[in-house]
Design a protein around this ligand. Structure first.
Ligand SMILES: Nc1nc2c(c(=O)[nH]1)N[C@H]1C(S)=C(S)[C@@H](COP(=O)(O)OP(=O)(O)OC[C@H]3O[C@@H](n4cnc5c(N)ncnc54)[C@H](O)[C@@H]3O)O[C@H]1N2
Ligand code: MOO
Length: 411
């Protein structure tokens, strides 16, 4: 198909594609999940303290509780309290209670003397030196009943989950995970464990997509299929009939315009409306974005580097939008090149694999990695960022500022 024959809505720049994808993917509905399944998920409720924290005055040390106003020099030990014991009593001057860290104080007006300050003579104690502190965790000192402790929208981390557990919030409301199907098509592809025959290559895109999704907590269904429309259509039949809701359908390969590149036709036959079919950016120019009701389909160009770029820029945007991220479009940053980047001016925006790190002053430094075509894979060995070069960018010298997308939080 000639470029001029494309309807105007099929040639988008990458930012416009991201905005469009974000608009097509409103946050998925919330669901209640057990705490161990909530890690990394976005909270869709705000959590308040149901009671004071801690809920009662607790000893902060292993030691002996005595009255704060007690001037005695020797004390009789009248009880021994472990964490979990609840034995209120009013202490008289000269009386002490042995108390463990975390145990409830027997009454108000006490001070805990850590063991290190005490001569323990059995049922009698003497205090070597009266410490200035009370060593008591007071009821409500961490939070008061009704305080908002976890705001709506946070991503749940192990620490947040520990807090929820302590509050008895065992099934927080979080965004539902999207259902993802991935079809890799290509008659030349063999399983990575096999030895390719003449003209064949190992399938590298399946593991890329699978682990990209796994990194975002998604378990997906995958098929490797020959580039034959009826075979692929058969797999998609349950989704076409509406028997299953596939939030995200990813099809690898067949996004271009060759006689065997059928993704666009296939999606249309399955009732999808193609919204985007070409992007003014490389790699990843023949990208297909289509929708059918609440289902989004993305046809990823088969070349591995194009795949990697499209996953991290466009698919990530869909996943973040569905999750309810406040700004689902890619969080582009600025850094400085560490060496020359030999870019040939291109009429399209170019995405470039790179490594980034922070220098001791906190500046992001970018090392562009070598690649020749979007069929290359070797740059992916160490890449942890995507550089973004505007159209017509020529060679860049060291220290030139560049826009980049970090692919992980840690350099
Ligand atoms: N006449 C045109 N030809 C092409 C155009 C174009 O505009 N006009 N665009 C080129 C660009 S840019 C790209 S990118 C590719 C996209 O190709 P497809 O999405 O149709 O994918 P395939 O043709 O199936 O494969 C392309 C390439 O990638 C290899 N591949 C595919 N799947 C895998 C996999 N799972 N693991 C590893 N490698 C894979 C495949 O063997 C091909 O070499 O189209 C250009 N052509
Ligand atoms: O998407 Mo293609 O990668 O532009 O070569």
């Amino acid at each position: 198909m000639q470029e001029s024959a494309q309807p105007p809505h099929t040639d988008w720049d990458a930012d416009a594609v991201c905005r469009q994808i974000a608009a097509l993917c409103p946050p998925l509905e919330p669901e209640a999940v057990p705490l161990h399944q909530a890690l990394g998920r976005r909270l869709r409720q705000s959590i308040t303290a149901p009671e004071d924290l801690p809920p009662f005055d607790r000893s902060a040390m292993d030691g002996f509780a005595i009255r704060r106003d007690d001037p005695a020099s020797r004390w009789v030990v009248v009880d021994r309290l472990r964490a979990g014991d609840w034995r209120p009593r009013t202490l008289q001057p000269g009386q002490a209670v042995a108390i463990a860290t975390g145990a409830a104080l027997p009454c108000a007006g006490l001070q805990v003397i850590p063991r290190e300050f005490v001569h323990d003579l059995g049922n009698i104690i003497e205090i070597r030196e009266r410490p200035p502190l009370d060593y008591i965790r007071r009821r409500g000192e961490d939070a008061r009943a009704g305080d908002e402790l976890v705001p709506h929208g946070v991503i749940l981390q192990p620490g947040t989950l520990a807090l929820l557990a302590s509050l008895g919030h065992t099934r927080p409301q979080v965004t539902r995970r999207p259902t993802v199907w991935h079809l890799t098509t290509g008659s030349e592809l063999v399983d990575p464990a096999e030895t390719p025959g003449p003209g064949q290559i190992r399938d590298s895109n399946s593991i890329l997509v699978q682990t990209f999704c796994a990194n975002r907590g998604l378990q997906i269904r995958q098929w490797r299929l020959p580039e034959e429309e009826p075979v692929v259509a058969r797999i998609l039949e349950p989704a076409r009939r509406g028997d299953v809701l596939v939030d995200l359908l990813l099809i690898s390969g067949g996004a271009s315009v060759g006689p065997h590149d059928f993704t666009r036709n296939l999606l249309e036959q399955c009732g999808y409306e193609v919204v985007i079919a070409r992007v003014r950016a490389r790699p990843g120019r023949p990208l297909i974005v289509a929708r059918r009701g609440r289902s989004l389909a993305i046809g990823l160009p088969g070349n591995p580097l194009a795949h990697w770029v499209c996953l991290h820029i466009y698919v990530d945007c869909a996943l973040r939008a569905w999750e309810g991220a406040p700004s689902p479009t890619p969080p582009w940053k600025t850094g400085l090149l560490t060496r020359t980047l030999d870019a040939a001016p291109d009429r399209f925006e170019t995405f470039w694999p790179a490594r980034w790190c922070l220098n001791p002053e906190g500046r992001a430094l970018l090392e562009p990695l070598p690649w020749r075509s979007s069929g290359d894979l070797t740059a992916l060995a160490t890449a942890n960022a995507i550089l973004r070069l505007p159209p017509q960018t020529g060679p860049l010298t060291p220290s030139a500022p560049v826009s980049f997308l970090p692919l992980n939080l840690q350099p």
